[in-house]
Design a protein around this ligand. Structure first.
Ligand SMILES: [Ca+2]
Length: 291
């Protein structure tokens, strides 16, 4: 495979937050499919060809489901395409996500619950990682982003594959998956991915409110600052700054005095991205039993 296929492209994307402010975040990309060339890829029980769909260049992964033929011993098998990672480039520990864009076509019944899988394999035995492109719809571009950090043995990745399970389909089905982009991503600065309070309801005299943050782009051995804020009607009631390492961290916002029961929001900001959740503070039962 040409080394240029593995070119790193430093770019900026605008990442939308689910319930907060959208902000720009820097990411590095390792492009494995750019839609133009199938270099480095192989296919089994399927075809892989450069094509164009909906005005976009893509690689067409085409499968005709065949319950009789295929791999010996596994006639109802796993047609697939796969990319062999060049020797010396299998240390994926710093890559955080896999992203792909797919435009799928299929005649007849909708796509099944597990329509298209992505997998990586390491050089060690019995270690694999699989994710599924759930809710795949025919006739529209869809983007799928999977967390790579839960993949085992990421220091020695030997291949990445995209596959279907013929058992999910009917014999004879013709499936077309146009893949315009497939890439590994890593954030180059701390970026808040998710923020989840430990509960939607807390006592108004709680000493602290806790939440889980998930942050990407934090270098090993370092932490990122996370600002936690309790708000009431847009006004900041309490603020604290916590430190979080890469991945999930529990953070707390200390409260110095009991607050009036009612509806509040709890917000986290890190790396320029803010996320918030509604939280209800209710009267403490300890107050009610006081004489
Ligand atoms: Ca087969």
């Amino acid at each position: 495979m040409a080394r240029s296929t593995l070119a790193l492209i430093l770019t900026a994307v605008c990442a939308a937050a689910c319930c907060g402010i959208a902000a720009a975040a820097d990411v590095e990309r390792l492009v494995l499919i750019d839609g133009k060339s199938a270099a480095g890829w192989q296919c089994d029980e399927s075809t892989l060809t450069p094509a164009e769909v909906d005005g976009t260049k893509a690689l067409l992964f085409r499968v005709q489901v065949d319950w009789e033929g295929g791999e010996p011993g596994y006639p109802i098998g796993w047609p697939r395409i796969h990319f062999g990672v060049p020797a010396g480039q299998g240390d994926w520990r710093t890559w955080e996500q896999v992203r792909l864009r797919v435009y799928a076509k299929k005649v007849g019944a909708p796509f099944p619950a597990q329509p298209l899988g992505i997998t990586i394999s390491s050089g060690r035995q019995n270690v694999s990682w699989e994710k599924n492109c759930s809710n795949l719809q025919a006739g529209a571009w869809q983007e799928f982003v999977f967390d790579l950090r839960d993949a085992p043995a990421r220091d020695n990745i030997t291949s990445l594959g995209v596959f279907i399970s013929e058992s999910e389909y009917s014999d004879g089905d013709v499936l077309e998956f146009y893949i315009s982009d497939l890439e590994l991503l890593r954030y180059t600065r701390p970026t808040l991915m998710t923020f989840q309070p430990l509960g939607d309801v807390a006592f108004a005299d709680a000493k602290a409110l806790s939440a889980i943050v998930d942050i990407l782009g934090v270098a090993a051995g370092t932490t990122a600052s996370v600002e936690i804020e309790l708000r009431k009607g847009g006004e900041a009631i309490a603020t604290a700054v916590a430190q979080a390492a890469e991945g999930q961290t529990q953070v707390s916002l200390p409260l110095s005095k009991p607050l009036p029961p009612g509806a509040y929001s709890l917000a986290a900001t890190a790396g320029g991205r803010a996320l918030s959740h509604n939280i209800m503070l209710v009267a403490s039962p300890w107050q009610e039993v006081k004489p």
